[in-house]
Design a protein around this ligand. Structure first.
Ligand code: SF4
Length: 354
């Protein structure tokens, strides 16, 4: 990727803008192709989406959240209306921002367990999910300013970005907002070291921060202890897919609450880092063996069966190394706080108000 170039202030040169637009278009096309496969060739579509794209994303969020923010196909589609008609859009109040964040977290808690009953095994269900969220993304991007309502509001991936992206490797140029309208405060893209508890402006922000930091490691742990079902036919089945993830979530929330009584305010970032590192390590601890045929529920979420080709201990060593890496990266690595993206110049009318 090319080194950022700025014409003046933090504005990207037209050549850099063009490069980012090409990358965004390619990623958007890949998204459209995956959607096609999900509908017409579900086995391939499920493999592409759930067994390749999704397993890569958490690591990318940890290392370079800004790159994901610049290339995510949902962001591209949400901001497309603003790009074609660049007029001023509605600004959300702080309280509305907190409410949207909280709804995004609740949507995450609702959707993730449902993968076991619907999305992991049904290409069409996954396609409907993607079309639905894309519709929300476009509608919110049409009404509200820049990323405020979708990318930094309702998007169910956004809370995970905030949890994992506390110590990014680099700040990349913002390839979406060409002028900052100060549409979300604090802007998650432009605030160094942002995490889910950084903004405690309203009760919604506080509840959201607590749910994602405290509950996510347990949700991930519980999720990997539930097998896939081929359909959703009874209430018992529904309760089975939610029981362990929610119980796990509750357990880690209690632990988080207890630890937050011990850690003082200055150590809050460290505590968030411990829970973030636990969640992402737990994800790869279970996901890597599952991907390569060493999972407990043999065929669930498998990409490639290597179980007869390599000894099981190689997988154990791999997951220990990935966990050490994430704990080192998020907790122990010394690094000055960086923002995911570099804030573009403020629009003149915003500059006058600041
Ligand atoms: S950089 Fe500015 S315009 Fe873009 S999302 Fe952040 S606050 Fe909004």
């Amino acid at each position: 990727m090319e080194t950022p170039k700025y014409k003046s202030g933090n504005q990207l040169s037209s050549k850099s803008v063009l490069i980012w637009r090409i990358i965004q278009s390619v990623l958007w096309l890949i998204g459209a192709v995956i959607l096609f496969f999900l509908i017409f060739y579900p086995l391939i579509g499920i493999n592409l989406f759930w067994n390749i794209l999704i397993p890569i994303t958490p690591a990318l969020l940890v290392v370079a959240t800004g790159i994901w923010r610049n290339i995510c196909p949902l962001a591209t589609i949400s901001l497309f209306p603003k790009r074609i008609i660049n007029r001023k859009r509605r600004k959300l109040s702080i309280s509305a921002q907190g409410k949207l964040n909280l709804i995004g977290i609740l949507a995450l808690y609702l959707i993730v367990p449902l993968r076991h009953a619907l999305f992991n095994t049904s290409g069409l269900s996954t396609a409907i999910l993607l079309i639905s969220v894309s519709t929300f993304a476009v509608i919110t991007g049409t009404i509200f300013e820049w990323k405020s309502a979708w990318c930094s509001g309702l998007c169910p991936i956004h809370p995970v970005e905030k949890l994992y992206g506390t110590k990014v490797l680099l700040s990349v140029p913002n390839a979406h907002c060409h002028q900052c309208m100060n549409c979300v405060v604090p802007c998650p893209d432009s605030t160094p070291g942002i995490h889910p508890s950084s903004a405690k402006k309203t009760i919604y922000h506080k509840i959201g921060g607590f749910l994602i930091i405290g509950g996510f490691p347990g949700l991930v742990w519980g999720w990997f202890h539930v097998p896939d079902h081929n359909s959703l036919t009874s209430f018992t089945q529904l309760s089975e897919i939610y029981k362990l993830p929610l119980a796990g979530s509750l357990a880690t929330m209690v632990l988080y609450w207890l630890l937050s009584q011990v850690f003082d305010k200055k150590q809050e970032t460290k505590l968030v880092g411990i829970f973030a590192a636990t969640a992402v390590s737990c994800y790869y601890w279970y996901r890597l063996p599952v991907l390569f045929g060493f999972g407990v529920f043999k065929n669930d979420g498998m990409l490639l069966d290597l179980s007869l080709m390599i000894p099981a201990w190689t997988m154990s060593i791999t997951v220990v190394i990935t966990s050490i890496f994430f704990f080192w990266w998020i907790i122990f690595r010394k690094q000055e706080k960086k923002s995911w993206l570099i804030r573009p110049q403020y629009a003149p009318e915003v500059k006058r108000q600041l």
